[in-house]
Design a protein around this ligand. Sequence first.
Ligand SMILES: *Cc1c(COP(=O)(O)O)cnc(C)c1O
Length: 399
Amino acid sequence: MNKNEYMKEAESHLIHVYNRFPVVFEKGEGVYLYDTDGKKYLDFASGIGVMAFGYNDKEYNDALKAQIDKIIHTSNLFYHEPLLPAAEKVCEISGMDRVFFTNSGAEAIEGALKTAKKYAYKKHGKGNYEVIAMENSFHGRTVGAVSVTGTTHYREPFYPLMDGARFANFNDLDSVKKLIDKNTCAIITETVQGEGGVTPATKRFMQGLRKLCDENDILLIIDEIQCGMGRTGTTYAFEQYGVKPDILTTAKALGGGVPVGAFLVTEKVAADSLEPGDHGSTYGGNPFVLAAVSKSIDIIEGRKLPQHVKELTPYFEKILDSFTEKYDFVKGHRGLGFMQGLIIDKSIPVGEILNKALEEGLVIISAEGNLVRFLPPLIMDKAGFDEMEEKLNKVFGTF
Ligand SMILES: *Cc1c(COP(=O)(O)O)cnc(C)c1O
């Protein structure tokens, strides 16, 4: 079956919610992907920020294979061997006290919302609490997560959603203040907005949110599903802002490729929120994925990947600056560390750039606002950045 037949046949069975790029990947090695025709691609997307240490890492693969031969699943009615080390490690790298493992980012958000609601319920004894979220945010596709996602077209077809979500403007503290009242139980924000436009929060905003939450006994939920696990140059981006969440969500790179997420809480929140019977998951944090989480954390921290990101970011940004200088339709870039967006003039649909890049053997993705989004594996080195520059210059030269 050739590629076109394959794609056509696959689409005949799939619910059509993705306009997939015309490529069928077969394998990966380091920062490169290979399709079924043997064509090689430089990966600047990492499966949307998941493959932090690239593809086919022997140490990681061996750990997963060993776990498969022992036990894959037990349910959460029992303890299992990988549970303690994974829980211990994720608490340690985040500075949080307790964790619940989920199967995805959206489920981590669901858990965070339930925790915040239960906290307010226990403290003040009534329900109907509101959550303040940000415009242009992205928190996932389940009903609860979509309810706090600040993009109307993701929400509108599915009304009525979770009650009590209110939207403030990202990086506008006054707009948040205006929405706070006695029914507010939480504020939820990404530290660096991902899908919504690769926009870092300002220090003033994050510190202001922390203060507002402390003053009003409101919980601060920080969503680092995309920007966490070293992507911005520190293990979690909030470290660079001098703030700490009450509830943290993390996923994507957490398991190095297996479907896993987590929400973490401080002891203060744990003491007054979820209790036995309030929450659960059949798979959540099963032995297989937690063996992956443990090994991913060992690799990301052990190989000092956050430090590597910090060191290479100026090199990356200089290349992005050079695009802005060379091409009129490139309006600048924004982001933090290895999470960067190149702003493209509206006259050029970013999809055309992505497709041409793919032909050139470069995988990049988009973000809201006609942005080219770069989420390279954290192991990307100077040679990789040079290769990206060369390929993108070829692509940009055709416009
Ligand atoms: C990807 C993402 C999610 C949703 O994660 P899924 O695993 O796709 O459910 C939530 N928040 C942020 C910031 C994300 O980037």
